[in-house]
Design a binder for this molecule. Sequence first.
Ligand SMILES: [Zn+2]
Length: 375
Amino acid sequence: MNRTGLVWNERFMWHDTGNMFGPPAMQRFIQPLPHPERPETKRRIKNLLDVSGLADKMIAVEPRTATDAELLRFHTEAYVRRVRETSALGGGQLAKRFGATPIAQGGFDIAALAAGGAIELCDAVLDGKLDNGYALVRPPGHHARPDEAMGFCIFGNVAIAGRHLLEARGLERIAVVDWDAHHGNGTQEAFWSDPRALTLSIHQDGCYPPDSGALTDIGDGPGRGFNINIPLPPGSGNGAYRASFERVVLPALRAFRPQFILVASGLDAGAQDPLARMMVTSSGYRVMARELISVANELCGGRLAAIHEGGYSESYVPFICMAVIEELLGFRSEVEDPFAGLGSQPYQDLQPQQSDVISAAEQVMRAAPFFAAAA
Ligand SMILES: [Zn+2]
């Protein structure tokens, strides 16, 4: 069994996103719902890890607050100040566009704790205290831009952890695999012109953010070719994700030879998610996790850290997350996925329109400088 770390802190659950009222024109007509990025999904993951006994097999990693210097490796000073002030003044709406990213009183410290938790996990893996790990942090991070909150994300946890590995820990090559159903635009932006980071995102084409995550977005300057997007059509399931891994993600990683693999672990490509339209099951995520662990063993001594991102189905996400964590641990609990039947529904297999996108992403990969150099 692996020494697998779990970053968790009760305070992650206290990041309060409140209710979501919808656009002003609708506010008179429809009862508000709790914000989709609410604590419950994440709390239910932790509960399942506890009750199943998996948490006892993991090594607790206590998160710490990221310092301003660490946040500033990705964010602007003005943005960090604005988040801090909004939090101190009782909270408010941080995002200017594309939906609501609220922060409540005290939210700054919790967001900085999430970023610091990601850093702590990476440090523990790099220092050999752990084989790998999962940071069950909140708020998520992969949509956050240097100067803009977006998509429920305040600080770019993966971007900040990646910069830490490169700039504070002296690594020369890291890879980010983003399997959240939404495009990892913030992580892409963090390493847009940086050839030290290979960023890969598999997402639902055009889902979120708008006009983001195209095949043609490949990075720029010295980082040109080091960003690969796989924008799959809605309805993609286990077959499409498996093919994306076999034809793009794994060969790209083998050619790039990262010293550390970060996973932006959004679980909203799950078949019951309210905020995306994909069909992946826990066994689909399990296969992806297994393949990544195997390629990490092959390339970088198994060094892999998964940082939690989206995932909004309170019923299904805990089982998906457990499958990923079981693979990290190399231990199977007695818990069965009660929704496993979703995996035998029609259209789970790779469909032609999905294969076309993967073929196009393969072409992007083959044209990348690191791929040609490795061939
Ligand atoms: Zn997402």
